[in-house]
Ligand binder design. Structure first.
Ligand code: HEM
Length: 386
């Protein structure tokens, strides 16, 4: 499917290691002319708030606005540019990567991969695969245009963004794994890993706020005290906001947006806790089970941000909140994803009262579409300017 290219689908080995190292360095922007990763997030905030303001206090579906904001952050980080929210390229990118999850990595295909791994060989004949191929052709058309623009403006002394950094290694010819096909797959994997997950996490956190207006009030009080009524939110505020941190952590735990992580396979026989796992077995992490284990979380079925606050009022992180998974294959974009969630969420709560649509029921927090990700069914809410 990915032809052993990209990063998320690669077997553990030297290729994956070098590609992951490249990603971790260049997502953060180390050695690039591009602005820092936090500025890529901060610069998106006014556009996000403006499009929320434009809803004029009427009920609307927020999904595409959140997805465009998340997608634009990745475009800034990787391609050195962002798009207007009505730009055709941004709309196409958002649609491609939402459809990849919503129609191709659906529940049925996922269960087949986990419980009947050999089904991967018949997957190319399925309707889901055909849909995916069509979507990815559209993606290649977009990304080829951006690659051409980058090649035309390329200056090896001044790499601007992740794509330039990749082209630099490729042109130097020191590592033959850095080729054009790998560049396309790399960008694709990051979009695939970064848009849907961040959008879903933000979307579920807004639904939590609809269910618990008292929590929303408490969050706004803390935001007003630390950031002010109109000041811009910075990552440096985070350490002084224990309740906001606790809310975000509880949201990551309570609504596990990637319940089974990504699937991997063992490349040698292994033994864990006395269980023998033969070579070539599909392995999946049950993140949901850890998040709902009463051994680690008292009354796991209840939404309680306070569980992460100690008696002195400090935020206490739990090693059992593993929404980004654990180990060598844990999420490559955790740092960026956490930044987006904090800055976007705080900015939205600071400026707007988030209210349910009186015409419809607030979505249940444990009912949604289950596929590679767990996401809410379409719903509407109201953003009332304060
Ligand atoms: C709330 C947001 C996010 C969540 C919950 C999340 C969750 C995850 C999970 C569970 C995995 C699977 C780890 C495993 O295989 O065991 C993963 C992998 C990955 N994520 Fe994220 N992710 C988020 C945001 C992002 C962002 C913003 C990016 C892009 C910068 C990203 C890029 C990736 C990549 C490339 C991988 C594959 C890493 C590898 O195989 O080495 N993710 N993510």
């Amino acid at each position: 499917m990915h032809g052993n290219k990209g990063v998320s689908i690669l077997d553990n080995g030297p290729l994956w290691k070098s590609q992951r190292k490249f990603g971790l360095k260049n997502i953060r922007g180390i050695g690039l002319e591009r602005k820092g990763v936090d500025s890529c997030v901060n610069d998106e905030v006014p556009f996000l708030l403006e499009s929320l303001q434009a809803t004029g206090g009427k009920a609307f579906d927020i999904l595409s606005i959140l997805a465009k904001a998340s997608c634009n952050v990745l475009c800034s980080v990787m391609l050195g540019k962002r798009y207007e929210y009505d730009d055709d390229t941004l709309c196409r990118l958002v649609k491609i990567f939402s459809d990849v999850y919503h129609s191709s990595f659906d529940n049925f295909s996922l269960q087949m991969f986990v419980f009947a791994p050999k089904s991967i060989y018949i997957y190319p004949f399925s309707q889901s695969y055909k849909k995916m191929e069509k979507l990815l052709e559209d993606f290649e058309e977009i990304i080829n245009k951006v690659i051409t623009e980058h090649e035309e403006a390329f200056d090896k002394e001044h790499p601007r963004d992740l794509m330039d950094a990749f082209l630099k290694i490729m042109k130097e010819g020191k590592d033959k794994n850095f080729d054009m096909e790998q560049l396309r797959m790399y960008i694709r994997d990051i979009f695939e890993g970064g848009i849907e997950t961040t959008t879903n996490t933000l979307n579920w956190s807004l639904i939590c706020l609809l269910h618990y207006p008292e929590i929303q009030t408490k969050l706004r009080e803390e935001i007003r005290e630390i950031v002010g009524q109109s000041g811009s939110v910075k990552m440096s505020h985070k350490d002084d906001m224990p309740y906001t941190n606790a809310f975000i952590e509880e949201n990551l735990r309570f609504v596990t947006s990637t319940p089974l992580g990504f699937q991997h396979k063992t490349n040698q026989d292994a033994e864990i806790n006395g269980y023998v796992i033969p070579k070539d077995t599909t392995v999946t992490t049950n993140i949901w089970a850890v998040h709902n284990d009463p051994k680690y979380f008292d009354e796991p079925e209840k939404f309680k941000p306070e569980r992460f606050i100690d008696e002195k009022g400090n935020f206490i992180k739990s090693e059992h909140v593993i929404a980004f998974s654990v180990g060598g294959r844990r999420c490559m974009g955790e740092h960026l994803g956490r930044m987006e969630i904090f800055i976007f969420l705080v900015s939205m709560i600071q400026r707007f009262e988030i209210l349910p649509d009186p015409e419809s029921k607030i979505p249940d927090l444990n009912v949604g579409f289950n596929g590679q990700t767990f996401f809410p069914y379409p719903y509407k809410l109201i953003f009332q300017e304060i």
